[in-house]
Design a protein around this ligand. Structure first.
Ligand SMILES: Cc1ncc(COP(=O)(O)O)c(C=O)c1O
Length: 361
């Protein structure tokens, strides 16, 4: 099979065809280098340029201010659940966590190993269908930081704007919506994101950290787990994921051709609207998240029964609409429509949904 199908996977996820084609062209030999990017030293001038391009690309797209460092590390967003707390939650201190879904819960689990955690809000009782209203959030003005998950990939619930946290640094897991829309980076102390949804392949985690947080890091952390190591060595303390960073540099180029994050956001909103409109047009499909909190990236919905959901996912796969089965922890259907997911793929899904309802409704 050489035809590409519509890949609704939550991650690793669809990459832009133009990026894959460029990588394919340069796979055997990077122009002027005579080797694949996977074969060159991470200490070479060529890789230095690739890393610089990825760094500049992200900085330009997100408008990262100069007092922030951009790091490309490994260990996934899951390792950041630990590193954030190890680095920023001091002995005797406490951190605020606003839990809006399954990933936020996992972040709390790791932070608790390091120190006190104040659950400033927990939306579990609502079935993780929404973001808390400001009056539902109990922040501690002495907290070391406030942690949010900007987009909960499993439940399909996203923050539309940052919570007001005063002077306390805001820390965000932005794994599943990074680079999908503009964000005011200056409102954050630290942002982390696994690359494998909107930025590139799995195996790279991007961290954007404000410079004034570095002096808060306690001495004595393991070298690899200390953000200062990676800041001082520009992500080259050890061997980074050279291939992944190269793809990120190409994705940044591609995003610029889309009109940057503003242009990308417009396209993402149009795709999401098409799908949510189809869900809302009938009682057969039921959206999981409350309308005001719906994710633009991960569209989650239910059918009248689990049997029908299973049938839906199986029949969709047979029609080259793959990866629609909801996460094993919540069930239902999840259509992940990241940056690189094409508009005509959403149209194909909407048409499949109409046909499925006619036959099974
Ligand atoms: C919001 C969010 N946080 C964290 C993770 C975990 O990422 P990783 O598998 O890179 O550790 C994911 C993965 O899907 C995610 O969507």
């Amino acid at each position: 099979m050489t035809e590409r199908i519509y890949n609704f996977s939550a991650g690793p996820a669809v990459l832009p065809v133009e990026v894959l084609e460029q990588a394919q062209r340069d796979l055997l030999s990077l122009p002027g280098v005579g080797m694949s990017v996977m074969e060159i030293s991470h200490r070479s001038k060529t890789f230095d340029e690739i890393l610089g391009k990825a760094d500049t690309g992200v900085r330009q797209l997100l408008g990262v201010p100069d007092n922030y460092h951009v790091l490309f590390l490994q260990g996934g967003a899951s390792l950041q659940f630990s590193m954030v707390a190890m680095n920023l939650l001091p002995a005797g201190g406490s951190a605020d966590y606003i839990v809006t879904g399954s990933w936020g819960k996992k972040a709390v689990k790791e932070a608790k190993r390091c120190g006190a955690v104040n659950i400033a809000a927990n939306m579990a009782d609502s079935g993780f269908t929404r973001i808390p209203d400001p009056e539902e959030i109990n922040l501690d003005s002495n907290a070391a930081y406030v942690h949010i998950t900007t987009n909960e990939t499993i439940e399909g619930v996203e923050w539309k704007e940052e919570p007001e946290v005063g002077k306390v640094p805001l820390v965000a897991d932005a794994s599943s919506d990074i680079l999908s829309h503009p964000i005011p980076v200056e409102k954050y102390g630290l942002i982390y994101a696994g690359a494998q949804k909107n930025m590139g392949p799995s195996g790279v985690t991007m961290i954007i950290i404000r410079d004034d947080l570095l002096p808060r890091i306690p001495d004595g952390l393991h070298t690899m787990l200390d953000y200062r190591t990676h800041v001082e060595n520009h992500s080259l303390y050890n061997t980074p994921n050279t291939w992944g960073i190269y793809i990120i540099s190409l994705v940044c180029d591609w995003l610029k051709t889309k009109g940057g994050l503003k242009g990308m956001h417009r396209e993402n909103l149009a795709k999401a609207k098409l799908l949510y409109d189809a869900i809302d047009a009938t009682d057969f499909y039921r959206g999981h998240a409350e309308p005001g909190c719906r994710s633009i990236m991960n569209v989650t919905f239910r059918l009248p029964s689990e049997e029908l959901e299973k049938k839906f996912a199986t029949e969709a796969t047979a029609k080259s609409l793959d990866g629609l089965k909801g996460h094993r922890s919540v069930g239902g259907i999840r259509a992940s429509i990241y940056n690189a997911f094409p508009h005509d793929g959403v149209e194909a899904l909407v048409s499949f949904m109409k046909g499925f309802e006619q036959k099974n409704g």
